[in-house]
Design a binder for this molecule. Structure first.
Ligand code: LLP
Length: 415
């Protein structure tokens, strides 16, 4: 897509990554807006046969500029905290297009979301439903709700990001959901509007979505029998991307299958893609600090770079594979390298055993890092978080400045 070589040098939307590194420093996340826009449109096109709304999952990449641009395309948002709601509002997103997921919504978050007039709380437990009723009564304002169903569907993904199985903390089983709907429908402060599920992330094929939708539709029909007509069906996010050699997620097949399943029903389909919209559109740009050569057989070659597990935790946390490319092609001899950061943990690696022709001072691009990269970064080892750069057809701009060490300490006191 937008990342391509020209004259041997890696560019993004026509801008040399080396130029961005010279201006902004490293490590830096670099996102291509044209790529994100293209992915957003792909989802819309695949779902053209279905009345639908895309609610971008803010957690994947919550940079304000990314949110603002998605809002300008008409995107809705899936949030999981009051903080994410504040970001959406700051970015100009419409609260009426926001759904709120998550098992631990605090009373304050619920109250804030009700006041903002969000479209729907995806309720994840009986206790949460009671808390929403309480907050709505307290505020004297209505709240719109749906139940997040746990359909017990295997998404065939990493266990940490599978969310639709019986033993998962998310959602409630369909039979209990029906109970929750009865309770919600009986409350004068609630408006029951939808049903939701989210079965996991980085899902490779459409079958689990079909299975989940079948469960949702069965419940939808049972609720009609109970006299309750829902306005929307939320199938969640989770569409996989190709980090290495995974077959690209077949959006067209998903669109067809959802259209067929929903034919003849007057209901809006909600989708909550996060990764699919932003992963491919981002790289983590980092510079080689040191090359530490294997001194004898049995040892490893280490390329020590200025990005670390605090910047991108996916390899350490999910054994995730990210492609690594040298930004410029040099005359160096290709060798196998473990690409590691300065953090004092052996789990601090970005990529292992990669063939690369590199020298000290070279720039590397860690690919497909636009989703759950910066968003999951931390200040471990008192490392300021990386800058974020947004590239557009007409150049690049810093969308989030690099933190300083002073930023890291400003909430602390010597007590
Ligand atoms: N909706 C809900 C309720 C979610 O919990 C999630 C992600 C999404 C939508 C978006 O899923 P996506 O389309 O991005 O797959 N940090 C992990 C991924 C965690 C996903 C959590 N929930 C990673 O780096 O792989």
């Amino acid at each position: 897509m937008s990342f391509a070589r020209s004259g041997g040098e890696l560019h993004v939307d026509g801008v040399a990554l080396a130029r961005i590194a010279a201006a902004v420093g490293t490590p830096a996340y670099v996102y291509s807006w044209p790529d994100i826009r293209c992915r957003y449109r792909q989802v819309g096109e695949a779902l053209a046969g279905v009345r639908h709304r895309i609610c971008y999952a803010v957690k994947a990449n919550s940079n304000l500029s990314v949110l603002a641009r998605l809002a300008s395309l008409g995107s809705g948002f899936d949030i999981v905290s009051g903080g994410e709601l504040e970001r959406v509002l700051r970015a100009g997103g419409e609260p009426g297009r926001v759904v709120f997921s998550g098992v631990g919504k605090s009373a304050a978050e619920i109250g804030f979301a009700i006041k903002c007039g969000i479209d729907c709380f995806n309720v994840e437990s009986v206790a949460e439903l009671d808390r929403i009723i309480e907050q709505a009564q307290l505020l004297g304002l209505p709240a719109r709700v749906g139940v997040r169903v746990n359909p017990d569907v295997d998404a065939n993904t990493h266990p940490y990001i599978a969310t639709g199985l019986k033993d998962s903390k998310f959602g409630v089983p369909p039979a209990l959901a029906r109970e929750l709907y009865r309770r919600a429908a009986a409350s004068p402060v609630l408006d029951v509007v939808g049903v939701a599920c989210h079965i996991g992330s980085q899902i490779a094929d459409v079958h689990p979505f079909r299975a989940a939708l079948a469960e949702l539709l069965e419940l939808f029909d049972a609720l009609e029998d109970d006299g309750l007509t829902l306005r929307h069906l939320d199938i969640g996010g989770g569409f996989g991307v190709s980090y290495r050699d995974e077959t690209p997620f077949d959006l067209a097949a998903l669109g067809k299958s959802l259209a067929a399943a929903l034919a003849g029903r007057d209901v809006e389909l909600l989708l909550e893609p996060g990764r699919f919209l932003v992963a491919d559109a981002g790289v983590l740009l980092t510079r080689v600090e040191y090359l530490k050569l294997a001194p004898a057989p049995g040892y490893r070659n280490f390329a020590i770079v200025d990005a670390a597990m605090n910047d991108l935790i996916r390899p350490a946390l999910y054994q995730a594979w990210h492609d690594v490319e040298a930004v410029a092609q040099t005359g160096a001899q290709a060798q196998r390298w473990n690409i590691v950061g300065p953090v004092c943990e052996s789990g601090d690696f970005l990529a292992l055993d990669r063939a690369l022709a590199i020298e000290e001072g070279d720039l590397l691009a860690i690919k497909c890092a636009g989703a759950y990269g910066f968003a999951q970064s931390s200040n471990y080892n008192s490392r300021p978080r990386a800058a974020e750069v947004l590239v557009n057809d007409d150049g690049f701009a810093v969308a989030r400045k690099r933190e300083t060490v002073a930023d890291l300490m400003h909430l602390e006191a010597l007590v």
